[in-house]
Design a protein around this ligand. Structure first.
Ligand code: FAD
Length: 265
């Protein structure tokens, strides 16, 4: 397989840097091809602004979605964005690796998504009618590929459990898993998470590294999170609400968008 790992930590000698090296070494040992986008090393520009849209006249008002679409359609995306899109199209698997900062991804990685997931490429694609609402949530240009997060977290696992004060980790990661990765079509694998990362000793590192190697060995076979496909009949169009009767008893919030694997509904 071909794997793209997008690395978002400013220090190569960090725990994240060490885990990246473990993942890449294991993938290569398995015979996979790997590319790494090291965002800080690349000095990635994280903000969307006029310089992203060379065809936009200086007096024209900047409408980011329209400008993104026009620039994508005209083949005029900046070289740095085009290179990342080419890597996404090349890769069978995308791994986003980052430390949890303020309950989300570091700004540089959010900015990578904002610029690389262009309109006409990752969103704003497909038929909009009374039968379909675009190619998204399970469909889209990246459908058939897999994606996974590698996240280090300062807090304890219990702090991110069902009753933990920080909120459940599956809920915190839902906007990335569902809103960023499933949206343009990826099958999203359960995340690889290291808790209490700031206090990890050598024994803890070895355990985490072994778990990570195992996740790298099973990238192709790990069942994805069973998100419901938007155009598979589970949602009403155009309200995009889940059809009544499909939800498991007691399900609400983000959990509504998971298929019940027992019943298949
Ligand atoms: P490092 O600091 O590089 O290392 C962590 C530990 O791993 C060190 O003790 C190091 O000695 C050890 N280690 C063991 N083996 C190795 C090895 N082989 N190589 C390198 N290091 C090793 N946490 C939360 O829970 N929620 C938040 O919302 C949150 N927000 C944050 C916001 C900011 C701006 C910052 C800076 C931190 C935040 N944190 C939060 C904590 C953050 O998630 C952790 O600091 C981070 O995940 C640790 O990863 P690291 O790669 O930076 O670790």
């Amino acid at each position: 397989m071909k794997i793209l790992l997008v690395f978002a930590h400013p220090e190569p000698r960090s725990l994240n840097g060490a885990l990246r090296d473990v993942a890449v070494a294991e993938l290569r040992r398995q015979g996979h091809e790997v590319q790494v986008s090291d965002l800080y090393a690349q000095n990635w520009k994280p903000t969307v602004d006029r310089s992203d849209f060379p065809g936009l006249a200086s007096e024209e008002r900047l409408l980011p979605t329209a400008a993104s679409k026009a620039t994508f359609d005209a083949g005029e995306l900046t070289q740095d964005v085009r290179a990342e899109i080419d890597k996404l199209l090349w890769a069978d698997v995308l791994i986003l690796q980052f430390p949890l900062w303020w309950f989300s991804m570091p700004a540089i990685l959010k900015g990578w998504v904002e610029r690389v997931f262009a309109c006409g490429f990752a969103y704003g694609v497909g038929e909009h009618s009374d039968k379909r609402w675009g190619d998204r949530y399970g469909e889209g240009v990246l459908a058939g590929k897999r994606a996974m997060l590698m996240v280090t977290i300062g807090g304890w696992e219990q702090h991110y459990g069902a009753r933990g004060v920080n909120g459940p980790i599956d809920d915190l990661l839902f906007p990335i898993h569902h809103g960023i990765l499933f949206y343009p079509g990826y099958d999203v694998l359960p995340p690889f998470v290291v808790y209490q990362a700031g206090r990890l000793d050598q024994a803890g590192f070895e355990m985490a590294a072994e778990h990570l190697r195992e996740r790298m060995r099973t990238l192709a076979t790990t069942p994805p999170i069973p998100y419901r496909r938007q155009n598979g009949g589970d949602y009403l169009i155009p309200s995009m609400e889940l059809r009544p009767g499909l939800d498991a008893p007691g399900a609400n919030g983000f959990a509504l968008h998971l298929r019940d694997e027992q019943t298949g509904r």
